[in-house]
Design a protein. Sequence first.
Length: 401
Amino acid sequence: MAQNVTAPDQKTDRIVELDALRGFAVIGIVLMNVYVFALPAQAYYNPIAWGGEGPMDRLLWVFGFVFIEDKFRTLFAMLFGVGCMILLEKTGSRAWRAHYARMVVLLAIGVIHATLFASNDVLRAYALAGLALPFLAQLSARALIAVAVGLVAVHIGGGINLFGSTVFDWLAGRTNSDVVFVAERNFGSDQASVQAMLERGREGFGERVFRRVAEIPLQIKVVAGSIPLNLAAMALGIALWRDGMLAGEWRTFRLQRLAAICAMIALPCLFWLAWWVGDYGFPGALVGPTSLILSAPFDLALGVAYAASAMALFASRGPATERLAAVGRLSLTNYLMTSVILAAIFASWGLGLFGYVSRSEAFALSFVPIAAMLVWSPIWAGKLGQGPFERIWRAVARLLS
């Protein structure tokens, strides 16, 4: 079996396979992000909260939970860690200062993005978790894997501390306890709470901006809770880069073997968790902890499976790989512009479809921004190279550093 050898593109000094993997991740994120724009917040995790009446909607929930939710964000975080480490190694004596400048600017972009468009913005989490990356710079691949495992354990431990009494009360039949009530409001199908989220989703642009600005401290506090899991993904990505997997140095068989092992670990557990919460009728007390905590290690494992499979497929550098690489080169711009398109479809200042579509209809509409980025990215990258927001990010960061 021939060895995969990844060489930088001679014109751009970029690794095509890594850019294609980043493009694949950005596209996958849209498939779940659409629900943030289209449905009440509870429906993102719970199919019976809103828009999940038909069998196709339930099947899409299972598909999303098992194959999409947090898998592509995990993959994106892995690649973010790799990108940061590559820049840290290139920057030289001012590496730390330049890195922290980039994280400050990225945090600002994320806060603006969350205020104007996507309340589930991941850039804030990446920027905060990224503050720790310079401390990982000297670690070996094996040590980085140990760090990732430890951080996942921290995430699960924190989740058990936060949600443990909720799950225990519900399973013990204490469905009227305060913690179960709070979970039902946030992750269940409590009609008053769902109606409140419907009204919020249909607010005007000015109302949204005013409310979200006032909530910025709370946003940062909530996002901080995701730091261990995001940093775990980043550390794992750097480990796989240093071990040669994400650098394109592994043989195809080795990539396929890793993908198969990770998938065989993750998929049965994810399908079982989906069956478990569905069999109990999707109570918020189980849906929230399952989506946020119990699925986390399996989401990470499946993200690694996706990365290994994609690196094996992208080695041939066919037309699809080149197009995905263009999407990946404009990953920040594409991530932000898909929010603009989704807002134009669902927000009150756009077509106003929020809350008027089913889960399956929302999923179908997610392919509008996906198609758009597949069309515009090769054109922009071919003529101008970096995307506009990539240029802004780096230019402002250079001024600060």
